[in-house]
Each structure stands twice: as structure tokens, then as C-alpha cells.
Design a protein around this ligand. Structure first.
Ligand code: SF4
Length: 656
């Protein structure tokens, strides 16, 4: 089976059984790998009547992509999907780079499907064909970094790649992450807490096999050409030098850096937490995931002051924006320390900072006081309080116990404790489908707002985030042909201009941008490549390169249309999953605050979303997707994507 490894591991923790099963070839061709595999396996195998995310029946799928571990640039990624997220109560997923995904492929597997629940802590030891559950009693309670070191030392090989939860996952903190390579986090709506409930502490993998390709010379030629195209792209240097922290300056320049829990887009001390400051003062050297020419990450070191000695990797923009401008912190060493702490405890910086940002906002509005927080003052900018809260959240102690359920549930719980209407505090929370938003301003960016609203896993930047309208408004692209250099098929770019889709002030054509991104990102996640290498970050890894690489890997002919159709298929499966849980049109709206609170200052002063425009964009989006006005995929659409069994399932449930 050229391209794929042809095997899946099925792990039943209740029965302590490991089974290796062959991969179905038709399934593989339709869903490619990674996110495609995990989403469809969850659709097929999960009983939706099981509502408790911590039930043994909950299902977790860990799948590297079809190109993971190959010469294709940025091909280090793998996906983790969870049938019931403890954060949202819905299907959720996430992915990460590093080198765990490639190692799993070298060991011989296209995925691991996990069900059941162990009575005692265990870890999974995978070494080529040897797959064994082992006792992890001595690892329980250890943080991510210590667990990784202990397992590598015990297994006697530094080349083992370790995927692990930290104390946050063990204690069922819904804002937790699962980490590999010490710092590469898969958020996934608290999937780490599900692994914690299953008592699966870690997976340690070592593989020495190869990936068989149908046409190795052609694959190599395309991969080398693409590596060069990425390095030559005009925007490569900026991303390579600064990584995502460059967004602090860009958003600040636009007056769109979410600050003080989204009360303004202006953070006066943005330069202190910018990518430029990170690189000039704290970065020691850059760092890459497997096979990545971009190396957007940094090793950092704090040499002096309160946080002297802090050493780590990252941080992503979301750590700087989330704990920085959102919480009013302008102390970069503190943010680097907090980034390390999240990695060690196994916390997701987006969800954890959302909970804490909410608490600080409620403190500002005098809804919370010292009597509620156990004596912690939650003034904006209090980084010592943030550090204490993160420790409390990961151990579910003190006031952190409330925040550990995620911002939305925390708001409801605080309302009950304070005797306030739940709606009053829910209004504060910037979330969609229970998933707190990443730190991106939506007011003044209509396409980006739509992307956050309709995102299948909840409001975030990794589903369909329409950066195109931002780049066009900065004057980076002027005509359809300009988009071809970042891998967008000309036919698609022309349609954007015909519909005036790139004007952030116009509501027309946004569906085209969002759907293109959603389908492209779904394929990127299915192939195991990094979205930063695509047009999303002005780089050229587009559907045509994807098609050439998949064709050379598998020997099966794909063109860019077929590649994007795979993305559309995956997206429809995810939508059907959420529809099966009860999601409808009402779940595809971004938070009320964006409709009611205009930005108060800066270049975007007065910007606010309009409900009628959002309604129109949503109608246009559903129509372009071939879904009903309630956001339900139709039988016709599903069957056109060879998803008859999905439409039959929805019909059996009375949804179609
Ligand atoms: S661009 Fe950054 S996150 Fe993406 S694969 Fe490269 S180093 Fe990893």
C-alpha cells in the first residue's frame, strides 16, 4: 500500500488488549490520513448516546497524515480527535508537529484508536511491531518534561518520541493539552483529560521502518522544488525569523490585538511582548519541527530578573496574546515562564488564558473579589496571580478548580455561586460552541468572523481563518494572479475578486474564502503538513503541490480538485458529527459581544459586527456548502462526496 503504512492499532484499555488491523484501501483514498481518518473513525465507531466525556466508551484517535515523515516540507504533523470533548461536549480535535507523528509511521502505523479505561495508570510502548501496555504508576503526577525524560531513560533510547499528558490531564482539567517533544501541544478541547480519565499517561514510540512511495524520484523532485519555493517566497523570512509572535506587532498596528479580555484592540505596551522583542532579547536560536524549512519556533533564555534562568521553546503568538494583552501582562520574561509552566503542567495556552482572562474581567467589574479567589488579587497584569491560578487549575485546587472547566462552564458556575443569572456571565465569554476563541479580533474582519462562527470544532483560527482579507487590505495582493505564487488555484482566486470577497468591509463572497480555507486546512491536517506552509501564512504549499505529492506517494492520480474534494469530504463528516450531537444554525454564531460592543479606540475604533450582515454571510455559506439553512448537510451533498452511509445515519436519527 504505497504511501500508507496499511495498519491501525486498536487499544482497548478496559480489556488491556492491543489489536493491529489492516487499513481499508478505499477508506484511505477517500480520507487520506490524519484528521480525515480520526474524524471518520469517530463518526463510524462512537455511540453518541454516551454523553459523559470521561466514560470508558469515549473514543480517541491519534493519526499521523499520509505525508507525515516523508521528504515533503513541514510533514511532521499528526492529529488527535476525541468523540466527546470535556470542554465542549462535542466532537473536537487538534494537531501538533514535532517528531512523534513521523516516528509512529516509521514504527509501521497510520493511527491508534483508543477506547476503554484502565484501572491503573499505564503507558503504551510501541517499538516497531512490538506494542505493549506497561505500568505507569511511577509516572502519575509527573509533569510533561519529567515524564518524557524518565521514559526515554527507562527505554534506553533517546530516540523514543513521547506523547504525554501532564498533571492537568490527570486531574481532568478541560483546558489541558497533550504534548510531544516537551513543547508541542495538541489542544483538542481537553482530550488530555479524556486520556487522564482512561489512565493512559503516555505513548512512547520508536520506529525504524521506511515509508514506501509509488514513485520515489518524482516525490523527491516535487519535495525539493517545494522546499526551494518556500525558502524563496517573499514572506518566508519574516515567519522564519519571528514565528507567530510577529502577529503581536501586526495586530497592534491594525488596532486589533485583543486586550483586557477583548474590551479593546489596543495594548499600549505591545512592543514589550512582540516577536521583535522575543528575537532581540530572549531567543537563543530557532527551532523546527520534523522536516520543516521554516523553523518558526525559538529556544529562549531569560538571563536576569525575577524569572532569570527560564529556558524553553516557543512561545506561539497565542501564549503571548492570551496571557499577555488579553490579561494585561507586558512582562515578557513572565510570559516565557508561563509558557514553560503550561507545557510542563500540560495546559492549552488558549483555553487556560481564556479562563484566566475571564476571571480578571469579572474582577475588574467587581463580580469577583478576594473572598472568591482565595485571597488572590486578579488585577490586569498580575502575572504572579496567573502563575498561581495555572497551578491551581492543573491540580483542581482553590479557585482554579472552577476555571479548570473552561471559560464557559466557569462563567456559569461563578454565576450560580454569586446568585447571578447565568446569561449575565455567559455574555462575557468569547466562545463558539463552548470553545474559547484564540486571540484574534473579529470586529472589522467579516470573513474571519464567519470562519470563527462556522468552525466545526468551535471558534478558532485553525479551521477556516480568512487571513486573505487581512493580507489584501494590507495591499499584499492586487489581482488573482498574485495568489498563484502562494499556491491558490487561479480559478479560485478569480472567483474571490468577482465576488469582492477580499474586502474586509464587504459581507459578500466571504463563504468562498472560508470554504477554500476549510477544505485546504482539512487536507493539510489529513496529510500531516503544517498550515503555516500554505497561503494562510503567504507560503506556496497549495493543493497543486499536495496533489503531486499524494500522486507520487500512492500511485493514485490526484489533481487539485480531487485534493480539495477530500477536504470537503472531511469537513462534511465533521459537520455531520456535530449535527448528530444537536448543533444547528444557532451554534454557528460568534459571541454577542462582537455585535454589541464596538471597539472603543485605535485604528478600528467603532468597528462592530452587524447581525443582518452575519445572517447573510451564514446563508451564503450554507448555500455554497450545499447545506440547509439550519446548517445540516443534505443527502445530495453527502452522496456527491461518497458519504452515503453518513446521510443514511442522519436519516435514521430523524435529522435528514
Ligand atoms: S512552520 Fe513552525 S509549527 Fe509549522 S512545522 Fe515548521 S516549525 Fe513546526
Amino acid at each position: 500500500m504505497d504511501g500508507w503504512k496499511g495498519k491501525l492499532i486498536f487499544l482497548d484499555l478496559s480489556k488491556e488488549k492491543v489489536k493491529v488491523e489492516p487499513l481499508d484501501r478505499d477508506f484511505a483514498q477517500l480520507f487520506l490520513g490524519g484528521r480525515g481518518f480520526s474524524s471518520k473513525l469517530i463518526f463510524d465507531l462512537y455511540d453518541v448516546s454516551v454523553e459523559d466525556p470521561f466514560s470508558p466508551e469515549n473514543l480517541v484517535c491519534i493519526c499521523p497524515g499520509l505525508l507525515t515523515g516523508t521528504l515533503a516540507p513541514t510533514s511532521g504533523r499528526f492529529e488527535i480527535g476525541v468523540a466527546r470533548s470535556p470542554l465542549t461536549g462535542l466532537f473536537c480535535d487538534g494537531n501538533a508537529g514535532g517528531a512523534f507523528g513521523p516516528e509512529l509511521r516509521y514504527a509501521g502505523y497510520d493511527g491508534i484508536v483508543i477506547t476503554g479505561s484502565s484501572e491503573k495508570p499505564v503507558y503504551l510502548h510501541v517499538e516497531d511491531s512490538h506494542v505493549e501496555l506497561k505500568d505507569a504508576g511511577h509516572l502519575w503526577g509527573k509533569d510533561v518534561w519529567d515524564t518524557t525524560d524518565i521514559l526515554r531513560s527507562e527505554l534506553g533510547d533517546e530516540e523514543f518520541k513521547v506523547l504525554t499528558i501532564g498533571p492537568a490531564g490527570e486531574n481532568r482539567d478541560a483546558t489541558c493539552a497533550v504534548l510531544c517533544d516537551y513543547t508541542r501541544a495538541v489542544a483538542g478541547g481537553g482530550v488530555g483529560a479524556v486520556l487522564g480519565a482512561k489512565k493512559l499517561k503516555a505513548i512512547a514510540v520508536r520506529g525504524t521502518g521506511e515509508i514506501s512511495l509509488a514513485d520515489p524520484s518524482e516525490f523527491e523532485a516535487v519535495a525539493v522544488e517545494l522546499h526551494e519555493a518556500i525558502r524563496k517566497a517573499p514572506f518566508y523570512r519574516q515567519l522564519s525569523r519571528y514565528g507567530t509572535p510577529i502577529l503581536v506587532s501586526i495586530f497592534s498596528h491594525l488596532g486589533a490585538l485583543p486586550s483586557y479580555d477583548w474590551q479593546t484592540g489596543v495594548f499600549k505596551e505591545a512592543d514589550k511582548i512582540s516577536g521583535e522583542t522575543l528575537v532581540s532579547k530572549y531567543s537563543v536560536k530557532s527551532k523546527a519541527c520534523f522536516g520543516c524549512p521554516i523553523h518558526c519556533s525559538h529556544f529562549y533564555l531569560v538571563r536576569e530578573g525575577e524569572y532569570a534562568g527560564t529556558m524553553g521553546e516557543g512561545p506561539e503568538y497565542e501564549a503571548l496574546g492570551g496571557f499577555g494583552s488579553r490579561c494585561g501582562v507586558s512582562n515578557m520574561p513572565a510570559l516565557l515562564y508561563i509558557n514553560n509552566l503550561c507545557n510542563r503542567l500540560g495546559l492549552d495556552v488558549i483555553q487556560a488564558s481564556s479562563s484566566i482572562g475571564l476571571a480578571m474581567h469579572l474582577w475588574q467589574d467587581k463580580i469577583l473579589g478576594l473572598e472568591d479567589t482565595g485571597g488572590l488579587s486578579l488585577e490586569w497584569g498580575n502575572h504572579q496571580a496567573i502563575i498561581e491560578l495555572l497551578k491551581q487549575m492543573a491540580s483542581r485546587k482553590g479557585f482554579g478548580e472552577i476555571l479548570a472547566d473552561g471559560a464557559l462552564k466557569a462563567a456559569r458556575k461563578i454565576a450560580r455561586i454569586k446568585g447571578l443569572p447565568e446569561e449575565k456571565l455567559e455574555y462575557y465569554v468569547i466562545h463558539t460552541k463552548g470553545y474559547a476563541h484564540s486571540n484574534v479580533e473579529l470586529r472589522g474582519s467579516k470573513g474571519i468572523a464567519l470562519a470563527y462562527g462556522v468552525a466545526t470544532r468551535g471558534g478558532d483560527h485553525l479551521r477556516g481563518h480568512a487571513t486573505q482579507e487581512r493580507y489584501a487590505s494590507l495591499g499584499l495582493y492586487k489581482k488573482p494572479e498574485d495568489w498563484v505564487m502562494v499556491g491558490v488555484p487561479l480559478e479560485i482566486a478569480k472567483a474571490w475578486y468577482e465576488r469582492n470577497a477580499l474586502d474586509p468591509k464587504s459581507p459578500t463572497g466571504k463563504a468562498l474564502l472560508v470554504i477554500y480555507n476549510e477544505n485546504l486546512f482539512a487536507v493539510a491536517d489529513a496529510l500531516g503538513i503544517c498550515k503555516f506552509a500554505t497561503s494562510w501564512q503567504n507560503l506556496p504549499f497549495g493543493p497543486e503541490y499536495m496533489a503531486k505529492l499524494v500522486t507520487a506517494a500512492t500511485g493514485i492520480k490526484y489533481d487539485w480538485r480531487k485534493i480539495l474534494e477530500c477536504g470537503e469530504r472531511i469537513y462534511n463528516v465533521e459537520k455531520a458529527l456535530q449535527v448528530r450531537y444537536g448543533c444547528r444554525r444557532t451554534h454557528d454564531y460568534v459571541p454577542q459581544r462582537f455585535f454589541k460592543e464596538p471597539l472603543p479606540e485605535g485604528p478600528r475604533k467603532g468597528e462592530v459586527l452587524k447581525r443582518e450582515e452575519y445572517d447573510r454571510m451564514l446563508d451564503e455559506y450554507y448555500e455554497a456548502r450545499g447545506w440547509t439553512k439550519e446548517g445540516i448537510p443534505t443527502r445530495e451533498k453527502l452522496e456527491s462526496l461518497r458519504l452515503k452511509e453518513v446521510s443514511d445515519d442522519l436519516e435514521r436519527r430523524g435529522i435528514l
